[in-house]
Design a protein around this ligand. Structure first.
Ligand SMILES: NC(=O)c1ccc[n+]([C@@H]2O[C@H](COP(=O)([O-])OP(=O)(O)OC[C@H]3O[C@@H](n4cnc5c(N)ncnc54)[C@H](OP(=O)(O)O)[C@@H]3O)[C@@H](O)[C@H]2O)c1
Length: 421
């Protein structure tokens, strides 16, 4: 099937949900029907038509926005949608429950795909089931194109590219810092989080995936020097401050390691990466780090205990689809700092990248990162030697995504850092 036979350039699948609606809003605000044949998709025609009507009224240059209807658990319907579309970006989650038929359908139809999953156990399942077929079909399946894991993965790419170009050597060690941020968490995100814990309890492969820091690397390469995400507060020699464990480390660290492996280890087989939350100096820094580590530990324990997990889902987590206010989705901000250290011929060096935006990381910023990832795939703006596979943002798209998010207002910088002798 050629691209010319397909009706839609791009389908936002899950457009009636919190994240999907924001992706559709971003794309219709940023592009026009003249440059993008876009459709919104999901399971409820009435709600999709209401959304399409609203978007065409509020955005210039959109006289119509087709809707695509289907159930994510219906493989035949997923195949039909994939055959008719050049690129699909999906926010239908939890992906463990709803994501697999669409990935399979996209590979069969040769339709590029991206999502915002942070469900590493599901990503591992997709790697095992579909990576070889996606390579064969030259189809890009790019997971984790939201706040998990674009800033960490592309921040590392920037640091390593700068190090290699400037010092002729990659950084041996990279620290990813969730340096600053404020924003909300959707019901969908918490539901996905709960599925991760559920999978870890019931499925032996999921348990192994959560235990092994290299579990997303290709088969036969699932070991290395990193020992797993931090669980305790510590002083950090890189930032010279107290640091707490990062809630996103289990996803982001594994994604960055997969990028290195898929690209053929340009950063070395001894490459180490750790994600942390810096909390400042002195007693205040130590107390904050202890509080974050303790809070995360408690949350993990609560989520690991099935009866408590189901009560949290029922009574505490926001209901699925509960919309943030427009201000919530657009307010907020984040800064992810990636700091790498290496050794050049004339001594050690340090490189730092910063990746941030004045948008809520989980809503407004994630929607833009996913929408622009899809645009990169659609326009073939990809800087990677890999023509297909189950990929990461760095190995599936790379530098062009940095250029795109910069052009819509994200701050992305990289440079050398002078360190005291
Ligand atoms: N990486 C990140 O930074 C990040 C940030 C935010 C969210 N996320 C992830 O994105 C996913 C979505 O989050 P959200 O807050 O947008 O969730 P949500 O509001 O619950 O939206 C889920 C969407 O999936 C649709 N859906 C559910 N079951 C379906 C089915 N069987 N067939 C077709 N469509 C179906 C829903 O349709 P209805 O409207 O008809 O119910 C809705 O459109 C979650 O997995 C979350 O973890 C990731």
């Amino acid at each position: 099937m050629t691209d010319a036979d397909r009706t839609h350039d791009l389908v936002v699948w899950g457009a009636t949900g919190v994240a999907g609606r924001l992706v559709a809003e971003h794309l219709t605000a940023q592009y026009t029907r003249a440059d993008l044949s876009l459709a919104v998709g999901g399971r409820n025609r009435d709600r999709l038509e209401t959304l399409a009507g609203k978007l065409t009224r509020q955005a210039d240059g959109w006289d119509e926005l087709p809707v695509v209807v289907g159930d994510a658990t219906d493989p035949e319907r997923m195949r039909a949608i994939a055959r008719d579309t050049r690129v699909i970006c999906t926010t239908v989650g939890p992906y463990t429950s709803y994501g697999t038929p669409l990935v399979g359908a996209c590979i069969e139809a040769g339709t590029d795909y991206c999502d915002i999953t942070g469900e590493v156990t599901w990503v591992r399942e997709m790697i095992d089931r579909y990576h070889d077929a996606a390579v064969e079909a030259e189809t890009r399946i790019v997971h984790s194109c939201g706040f998990d894991s674009v800033p960490a993965d592309l921040g590392t790419l920037l640091v390593q590219s700068f190090a290699t170009e400037t010092f002729d050597a990659p950084c041996e060690t990279v620290r990813i810092y969730l340096a600053d941020g404020s924003g909300g968490v959707s019901g969908g995100t918490l539901a996905s989080f709960a599925e991760l814990f559920e999978a870890g309890e019931t499925d032996p492969l999921a348990r192994r995936t959560l235990r092994n820091p290299y579990s997303l690397a290709p088969a036969g390469e699932r070991s290395g020097v990193d020992t797993g995400e931090r669980r305790r507060p510590r002083t950090d020699p890189f930032s010279e401050t107290w640091t707490a464990p990062s809630p996103m480390a289990p996803v982001n660290e594994r994604v960055v390691r997969r990028s290195n492996a898929l690209l053929g280890y340009p950063w070395g087989r001894e490459f180490q990466c750790t994600e942390l939350v810096p909390t400042g100096d002195g007693p205040a820094g130590a107390i904050t780090a202890g509080a974050i580590a303790g809070g995360l530990g408690l949350f993990r324990s609560a989520m690991s205990f099935a009866p408590l997990r189901s009560r949290l889902r029922r009574y505490v987590f926001p209901r699925l689809g509960t919309e943030p206010t427009a201000a919530d989705a657009e307010d907020g901000h984040f800064t992810v700092r990636v700091r790498g250290r290496g050794i050049a011929a004339d001594g050690p060096f340090t490189v730092e990248a910063e990746f941030g935006a004045d948008k809520d990381p989980g809503y407004g910023a994630t929607a833009r990162m996913l929408g622009e990832s899809a645009m990169c795939l659609l326009r073939d703006e990809v800087d990677s030697p890999l023509g297909g596979g189950v990929l990461t943002p760095t190995s599936g798209i790379g530098r062009p995504l940095v250029d795109r998010v910069r052009s819509i207002g994200f701050t992305v910088t990289v440079g050398g850092v002078d360190t005291p002798e």
